[in-house]
Design a protein around this ligand. Sequence first.
Ligand SMILES: Cc1cc2nc3c(=O)[nH]c(=O)nc-3n(C[C@H](O)[C@H](O)[C@H](O)COP(=O)(O)OP(=O)(O)OC[C@H]3O[C@@H](n4cnc5c(N)ncnc54)[C@H](O)[C@@H]3O)c2cc1C
Length: 579
Amino acid sequence: MTFSHDIVIVGAGGAGLMAALYAAEEGADVAVVSKLHPLRSHTGAAQGGIGAALGNEEEDSWLWHAFDTVKGSDYLGDQDAIEQMCKDAPRTIIELEHYGVPFSRTNEGKIAQRRFGGHTRNFGEAPVRRACYAADRTGHVILHTLYEQCVKKQVRFYDEYQVLDLLMTEGGTCNGVVAYEILTGDVHTFHAKAVCFATGGYGRVFKTTSNAHAGTGDGFALAVRAGVPLQDMEFVQFHPTGLYRLGILITEGARGEGGILRNSEGERFMERYAPTVKDLAPRDMVSQCIYTEIREGRGINGKEYVHLDMTHVGKEVLEHKLPEISTFSRVYLGIDPVEQPIPVAPTCHYAMGGIPTNVDGQVVRSGDRSDIVPGFYACGECACVSVHGANRLGTNSLLDLVVFGRRTGMAMAAAIKADNKKAALSENPEKRTRDTLESIMARSDGEKAVSIRTDLQETMMKNVSVYRNDDTLAESLSDLKDLRRRVKSVTVEDKGRKFNTDLMDAVEILFMMDYAEAIAAGAKNRTESRGAHSREDFSSRDDENWLKHTLFFGKGDDGYDIEYKDVTITRFQPKERKY
Ligand SMILES: Cc1cc2nc3c(=O)[nH]c(=O)nc-3n(C[C@H](O)[C@H](O)[C@H](O)COP(=O)(O)OP(=O)(O)OC[C@H]3O[C@@H](n4cnc5c(N)ncnc54)[C@H](O)[C@@H]3O)c2cc1C
């Protein structure tokens, strides 16, 4: 079947719903296509907060926020986009409040704010309370409010439709997507004037991750296949405090409320590495410090974890401000944080890189920022504006979603008003998708997706995580080559049409191969250490050669090309990063 809408948004997390809402507010006909029910999107798992210099609890300014974000990005973020985000933050939060987001409150009834890593007052002087929050369920309340508003504005939802192809005309204009209806097994075409990807992150390509099962990074792969580059994929954020072995997240808000990291000697080791902000240093630093402690023999009981100590914070704060994470710790580890420290280790958390866009969500296909792909937009974690550069600060992802989701929605609505034509579809737009699905279903012997995925996750975790070097990266690339061969024989046991999750697992492993290579190849190519990309063999930042964005162009079995794009610098010249 062919569905036709002005705007088709793929993904119903915070970014997709924000874009849908603001486009619908302008009167556009908007459809949201999502492989999950919208309320199951990963945005609903976001815990700690959303950053904005509201100054409700102490003095703050958007310029300090912008400085912190640039410094946090290890100077790789584009400063014009960062300024836009930090300036837009307060008004966007107030709009969310007016839409009905139930934020926690101060005694005077203002939106409550707390501390988070890397957020400071007066250009690095001391930590500042900038994270607006709703206990530790901030993403949950934002997602629910946005969904209600979208329903009210009559946005059309196609739930549990998984997009498997991005459609382009021969001239390179994007005009729709092809999706698989999970309930029935039918394949449909969505014809549109504008397509927006808001498909979220790729945490599941690593063995230990805080991300939900659906975080398989489909959007990154679909973009690569359509000839669109991926930007800065080597920058993968490992959050310092995942529950040991499980990777389930303990929000940075726990340290914002006073939690302390300790090694096997009981030492508050972050005091040594970041004397000013201590446990509230940015994530790249804290994750690297935890691994250094472990490597030097100060992991707890000689194992690969440290302690997050909340015992001095008090039951009251834990119950009222951090109820979810207290429950996680009790349920998953049997540890009550009121009485005992929580065992934690870094967990793969966030994609700094992604589909390159400008501040209006238009996808840019080369180092020339005016070279856009007509009709194709992206926002949220799958996009790279780039406001996070080499390392994202906590609370800046939810902010990125709402600021750039809003701008993208408005930009799409304006583009449609200016030019109301839909580029014609090709004769058989579903062919590629049907061929892929049929060949997987027809295969009688071969390998199941799960075993290929396990090996992929192992090599990424072992070779491309917090510390990397030329040898580990070469090993990962050679493993990926081998996996690319194995994936060609991926097969399924379930040959039915309805709810065939086996088939979707197979499709997702094909996707994962396409962008895993971008992460490993970008990391091997970048011979410096910057932000979350920490090379043991090139341990310093090298602005002379590497103050530039990576653009990865995948060519399937024929390898890849790497090109570069300048970093935009406005006010803040690169300096050594000290906290
Ligand atoms: C546990 C956790 C806690 C976090 N806490 C915070 C925090 O406190 N503050 C903060 O700023 N950030 C936080 N983050 C990061 C932030 O939540 C995410 O970066 C953000 O929510 C991503 O939003 P998104 O809209 O881009 O994508 P998601 O919310 O991940 O949504 C992706 C959507 O895309 C759809 N989709 C994907 N592929 C397809 C496909 N092929 N076809 C159709 N639909 C598809 C999915 O169905 C889903 O609706 C946290 C992340 C995690 C994992």
